[in-house]
Design a protein. Structure first.
Length: 210
């Protein structure tokens, strides 16, 4: 049924549509903040994505979500870095609850402990199947993690930059993202470019040149 524009019924429907859009955007924001929290090892941000009584079934840790944060964030901090990407969120609203399915991809950059300077790149892919609940703000009430695929490869160092360089990802609160708009005040170090392809070829050249 359609209503005349600017009629009370039309305005009521418009308000409902806007509220649904705002709810979905708030849920997407939680998903994206979760990825930042995991990669920056920001435990407070991580916990803010879940209700205190929320649960997480993550296959290697199942239980209270805030307890999961206390476990997994220090574990992530043991490796060089990670990258969580969350895409394709499908959100079904049901009052103050929502059923949400999204896809995730994570890369764990794990230093080898053999003195070679090499890394294990562990790549995993899957889905988060979540129940969100709105209690003033939308947060995860229950998460079921589904693993779809995985692989591991050994790689050399990907950069010659110092580990504390501004262009190298850092943990909270040292990463450049915590600069906010203060990023405008960070001095720029002049750089006129580098032979990226030559450097990559040199890293993978056969010792005999063949």
């Amino acid at each position: 049924m359609t209503f005349a524009e600017n009629s009370p019924e039309y305005m009521d429907q418009l308000e409902l549509r806007i509220a649904a859009l705002e709810d979905k955007e708030a849920i997407r924001d939680v998903l994206y903040r979760y990825a930042r929290a995991a990669d920056r090892c920001d435990i407070d941000l991580f916990k803010s994505c879940y209700h205190p009584d929320g649960t997480d079934i993550h296959w290697f840790y199942n239980g209270n979500a805030h307890d999961f944060a206390d476990y997994v964030v220090p574990l992530l901090a043991q490796i060089a870095n990670s990258q969580h990407s969350i895409t394709n969120p499908l959100i079904d609203l049901d009052g103050n609850r929502a059923f949400v399915e999204s896809q995730w991809y994570v890369l764990h950059h794990i230093p080898m402990n053999d003195g070679s300077g090499r890394f294990i790149d562990q790549q995993l892919e899957g889905r988060y199947v979540d129940v969100f609940e709105k209690r003033g703000a939308w947060r995860i009430l229950h998460r079921q993690t589904v693993v779809e695929a995985g692989r591991e490869v050994v790689v050399p160092p990907s950069s010659d930059l110092p580990p504390d360089h501004i262009s190298v990802g850092q943990r909270a609160p040292h990463d450049v993202v915590y600069q906010g708009t203060g990023l405008l005040d960070v001095p720029i170090i002049p750089m006129q470019g580098a032979d990226l392809w030559g450097a990559a070829r040199a890293r993978h050249a056969h010792p005999t040149g063949k």
